[in-house]
Design a protein around this ligand. Sequence first.
Ligand SMILES: O=C(CO)[C@H](O)[C@H](O)COP(=O)(O)O
Length: 299
Amino acid sequence: MKLAMIGLGKMGINLTENLIRNGNEVVAFDLNDAARNDASTLGAHVEKTLEDAVKELSAPRIVWVMLPAGNPTNETIDKLSEILDQDDIVIDGGNSFFEDSLRHNKILTDKQIKFFDVGTSGGMSGANRDGNFMIGGDDPETFAYIEPIFKGIAQTDGYLYTGKAGSGHYLKMVHNGIEYGMMQAIAEGFDVLTHSQFDYNNEAVAKVWEHGSVIRGWLMELTQSAFSKDPNLDEIKGVMHSSGEGKWTLDEALKLQVPTPVIAASLMMRYRSLEDDTFTGKVVAALRNEFGGHDVDKK
Ligand SMILES: O=C(CO)[C@H](O)[C@H](O)COP(=O)(O)O
């Protein structure tokens, strides 16, 4: 099929390669010259504006938006709602907040443009080959029309049409909440090992856990990969940034009154990691000193 890829960052460029490898024709657009050159090298037809990229397509035009969540995606979808026609199709494959996707769905369906909110998992390598896609959208018939795209670029059984608009990004949000908890647990386990009386080799431990253990999986493979490059992670700081999905999952859990202590704690640990020293820590240390005479570390 022929489609436009809007956004050629880490995910968009890999999806472009995956789409082309699977027989699709890609018209690619990004503001960045180097990214457009990369896409051209991969065999995409590149254009310098969103409007020109869209003009290269024929009806029903399929436009895949692969931009950071928030303003870049919101502004692009607003613009697409102006330049696309009835029955054209917009796919948002980024990590948009599902309520933004519900709003995008309304803006586009008011103009009879079809919208699919697609959670994309598997990182850069999954975007490039055998990825994972969670696809929401109100129109199952249009999904059947675009399904061959996903069949080609996803791992076998690696895509799911989840029904109503918003449900794809909602599922990806919860997926990322789970991801926070799983990574935090792996990290805490290695922290215990590092502080223990035994002399473990982190990479060897990750490797053995990959082979037949209950906790094997891709995250463990990535753990081994990281330790193979930097055995004790001496070269990096323990600062854990976040892009919002863990917070959205927790917000939603609080709204629904569903207990999610692991995801909550994982998110708090990320926030904690952004601070060298915390006022909370000072207060607790001062109180321990006040009631129990426990030592405090002085600057
Ligand atoms: O969706 C992803 C993986 O599944 C992205 O890598 C996302 O950025 C991860 O979330 P965070 O940046 O908050 O760790």
